[in-house]
Design a binder for this molecule. Structure first.
Ligand code: GLA
Length: 501
């Protein structure tokens, strides 16, 4: 210790015998809003100008693979395997007094983030050991989500700003603005609610959520249900406490709080397990939820890796994400909805749904036509309808898109048969979905940048003309007598019909 404290002086006086960066360093960033101190650890070893060690940041755990520079300033690069991809992070580091100063950039274009680390006891923040995995078995079906779950989730709009008052406000809005009457029921708290574990290892909520039981009582008093979020890893995506090694304990806690829905997000688990081992980890929580005896919808979030649709139901999953995160842009939404669901329709069925991620409707990044496409496409896909906007503050148009009962009826159709693309030409697509009453939903999409006339030829779609039904966005009755119909569809828009048997 004395030697370390003297080092900078030695260096200045004796034309540099280099500073020694060896040690366990912590960057501790308290968050006044939630009361949780976020910690990043740099456990480093210096030999001459070579630096090795580990970096633990939020959900990530990197091994230092490259170092350069010296004797006073170094660049270190950490690397970790994330599925099949090599994820990297780079820091410029230097010793200033007995502080480690760090600078990093999100990407080449972004401004640097400057951090200061202090010495931490050896071993503090070390990544936990890998726990053995259970043998694979089938978790019995929980009988929930016979139609795709409908509700709201905090992440898309509020991310880390979600709190108790906000959740109550969303419940108030949903219960009174027509959404509850249209079928929306889950109020789901996403990441950043988590506090520390208590002395017995029980998970607690952070300052933003003073009393989870009281909050669930409130949400239930509105005739709604409450959802929560966690990870099979030691940390969640935002770096909060995950359920690793506490699966049963956490499930019990949530059940005692009155939780009705869990979104379980892979994130931190990627540092300990491979994609091939996901099923066992998700099964662990599936068993734990079942053991509580409380009906809890189980939502798997692992971005569609490891062909989750093949084993999602076996771990007790009611829905599984099929893609990475949605953003509030036409490109993101249309890529997830039109492209990334290809070939997955066969896996959806009552109780078990493909999840192309939550809705962005009303968040401001798309036009009303684009949001109508979003709602129509998700309904054709039998996707969960989890609104992701501020329910207390939306235009009548947005509310009417979210609560269009005819469109919701397509999504919630009892047969649970996911629709898919039946025809396409360039930017024009026609999708079909078979309905429980023997009818068909027909969605005519125009993904192009200009309005278009889309030729709908009934014979190509296997539909017998004449056909009649309803236009679900205008509410008008439609009757088609000829062999084909030219349909005007706005740019990025949709015409959606429900045709009778
Ligand atoms: C991941 C998920 C998102 C959200 C965030 C929260 O990115 O895919 O839906 O839950 O984590 O940190």
């Amino acid at each position: 210790m004395i030697l370390r404290l003297c080092l900078p002086i030695v260096c200045a006086a004796a034309a540099c015998s280099a500073a020694d960066l060896t040690g366990n360093w912590v960057v501790a960033q308290p968050n006044n809003t939630d009361g949780v101190t976020r910690k990043q650890y740099f456990d480093l070893k210096q030999e001459g100008d070579r630096i090795t060690g580990h970096i633990r940041v939020t959900q990530f755990y990197y091994t230092v693979k490259e170092s350069s520079g010296g004797p006073d300033k170094f660049t270190i690069t950490g690397s970790m395997m994330d599925g099949n991809s090599d994820r990297r992070v780079t820091y410029e580091i230097s010793l200033v007094g007995d502080e480690l100063h760090l600078s990093t950039r999100r990407n080449a274009k972004s401004a640097p983030t400057e951090l200061v680390a202090h010495r931490a006891p050896a071993g503090e923040g070390a990544y936990p050991a890998r726990l053995p995995l259970p043998a694979i078995h089938k978790v019995p079906d929980n009988g929930l989500a016979k139609t795709p779950p409908m509700g709201w989730n905090s992440w898309n709009k509020f991310a880390g700003r979600v709190d108790d008052a906000g959740v109550r406000a969303m419940a108030d809005a949903m219960a009174s603005n027509g959404m509850k009457a249209a079928g929306y029921v889950y109020i789901n708290i996403d990441d950043t609610w988590e506090g520390e574990r208590d002395s017995k290892g029980n998970i607690t909520s952070n300052k933003k959520f003073p009393n989870m039981k009281a909050l669930s009582d409130y949400v239930h008093s509105k005739g709604l249900k409450l959802g929560i979020y966690s990870s099979p890893g030691p940390n969640t995506c935002a770096g909060y406490e995950g359920s690793y090694g506490h699966e049963q304990q956490d499930a019990k806690t949530w059940a005692a709080w009155g939780i009705d829905y869990l979104k379980y997000d892979w994130c931190g688990a990627r540092n300990l397990y491979t994609d091939d081992e996901m099923q066992a980890l998700y099964q662990k929580m599936g068993d734990a939820l079942r053991a509580t005896g409380r009906p809890i919808v189980y939502s798997l979030c692992q971005y569609g890796r490891a062909k989750v649709w093949e084993w999602g139901p076996d771990v007790g999953g009611n829905l599984w994400r099929t893609t990475g995160d949605i953003r509030d842009t036409w490109d993101s939404m249309s890529n997830l909805g039109f492209v990334r669901q290809e070939g997955l329709a066969q896996w959806a069925r009552p109780g078990h749904w493909n999840d192309p991620d939550m809705l962005e409707i009303g968040n401001g990044g798309m036009s009303d036509d684009e949001y109508r496409t979003h709602m129509s496409l998700w309904s054709m896909l039998a996707a969960p309808l989890l609104a992701g906007n501020d329910l207390g503050n939306m235009s009548p148009t947005i509310l009417s898109i979210l609560t269009n009962r005819d469109v919701i009826a397509i999504d919630q159709d009892a047969a649970g048969k996911e629709g898919s693309r039946a025809w396409h030409s360039g930017d024009q697509e026609v999708w079909l979905r078979s309905l429980a009453d023997g009818g068909q939903a027909v969605a005519v999409f125009n993904r192009g940048a200009a309005a278009a006339k889309v030729p709908v030829k009934w014979a190509d779609l296997g539909i017998k003309a004449p056909a009649s039904g309803r236009d679900l966005w205008t509410g008008k009755t439609v009757t088609f007598t000829g062999p084909a119909e030219d349909v005007e569809v706005p740019s990025h828009g949709v015409v959606l019909w429900r045709l009778s048997k």
